[in-house]
Write a protein that binds this ligand. Structure first.
Ligand code: SF4
Length: 372
């Protein structure tokens, strides 16, 4: 009862918050997108405040080429294992779901340790599709360490792990070397982002990723006169975080605040970062919508090269062609809301998705259809 009253009071505060000038807040994380849509928090915001989705859905930001590589592996007779969401994501010519229907051995798993067990039990070459952010990567690193320790020689990883801070820097056009200037190819976006394009006023920062990297990982935001609030996922967390963001925005305060201290420490989780650093190292990576971003991905270190599926197998894929009318790349940059895509909820629906933002349960297009 007390919690319901507290939530009602928070909602009232947000509903009656003095409207700032045109303001665009990005919720970086796909889990936030779903939580906001499901709870209807967006309806409490002043009319001048717009919430947009960001590049925080791992399935959505993974480029078509990665799916093409996984398909090529499956067609070589390799057992391909993956988190379930990836199976329905269309590559440039096929999807893992279609390939499985054709008879190739493709299995959905809940954890990389499940994939390791499959490798150990079946004895066939088994590849796990390592997709995710700083939250998922330590678990995958632990599986890699276990594979070496247990000498499971038929297990490997096809990596597309991504790091959140470099993507945010790219979004607000902080220069990160030559690659940042390259136009995105076949990434479902219309042009390389600039600060003026995105017009962002602040970030609702991801809770789970921040539990690993800590508040300090966002120190570049105040330097760019942008506030950020690390938030949990309950409606009261999100509403109070939005109140903090809007208050900072109205007062011209540019700080990163941790509104999820029950889970996130300011310095993050040192142990998780150590496991990551033992197995992986940063590498330039392609993002759907954002193109190539320096040091925004993770690859296996030399000591773990035996687990690298790209080194173990000859994987040949053609360059992916641009994804037709799908605007997923622009959705991931907060340039458009999903209904601005001409295919939204017409040709592209959750039961027959044409792009990853409609496939993933954390995808913005899926959340807009499911929750309105
Ligand atoms: S509605 Fe479908 S086609 Fe359009 S941007 Fe979203 S995923 Fe792509």
């Amino acid at each position: 009862m007390a919690e319901a009253i507290a939530l009602t009071r928070l909602a009232e505060r947000l509903r009656s918050f003095p409207a700032p000038p045109e303001t665009k807040i990005m919720e970086v994380c796909g889990t936030h997108t779903v939580a906001i849509r499901r709870s209807g928090v967006q309806h409490l915001l002043p009319g001048t405040v717009r919430l947009v989705s960001g590049p925080g859905c791992p399935v959505c930001v993974t480029p078509d080429r990665f799916i093409d590589e996984a398909v090529a592996l499956a067609r070589q007779g390799v057992t391909v294992t993956s988190f379930g969401d990836m199976l329905r994501v269309p590559g440039s010519r096929s999807s893992l779901e279609k390939e499985r229907a054709s008879g190739w051995d493709i299995r959905a798993v809940y954890s990389p340790l499940d994939a390791l067990k499959i490798a150990s039990d079946c004895g066939r070459e088994t590849v796990f599709l390592a997709v995710g952010f700083e939250t998922t990567a330590p678990v995958i690193a632990a599986a890699a360490m276990k594979a070496l320790e247990k000498k499971i020689a038929n297990f490997s990883l096809l990596t597309a792990l991504r790091l959140v801070p470099p993507a945010l820097k790219a979004l607000i056009a902080i220069p990160q070397g030559d690659a940042a200037a390259q136009p995105p190819k076949g990434t479902g976006a219309t042009a390389q982002p600039t600060a003026a394009d995105t017009g962002l006023s602040g970030f609702l920062l991801p809770g789970h990723v921040s539990a690993v990297i800590g508040k300090q990982a966002y120190d570049f935001l105040p330097e760019r006169r942008l506030p950020g609030v690390i938030s949990g996922f309950a409606a009261e967390d999100i509403i109070s975080s939005l109140l903090m963001l809007l208050d900072m925005h109205n007062k011209g305060i540019y700080k990163v605040m941790n509104n999820y201290p029950r889970v996130v420490r300011d310095d993050g989780n040192e142990k998780s970062r150590q496991v990551l650093a033992e197995v992986f190292e940063p590498v330039d990576a392609d993002w759907r919508g954002l193109g190539a971003i320096p040091d925004s991905g993770l690859r296996l270190k030399a000591a773990y090269a035996a687990l690298d599926a790209r080194q173990r197998f000859a994987i040949q894929v053609e360059n992916a062609s641009p994804r037709g009318e799908c605007r997923c790349g622009d959705v991931l940059r907060g340039l458009i809301d999903p209904p601005a895509c001409p295919l939204f909820n017409k040709a592209c629906r959750p039961d027959r998705p044409l792009g990853p933002c409609m496939v993933s349960s954390e995808g913005s297009c899926s959340a807009w259809v499911t929750y309105g």
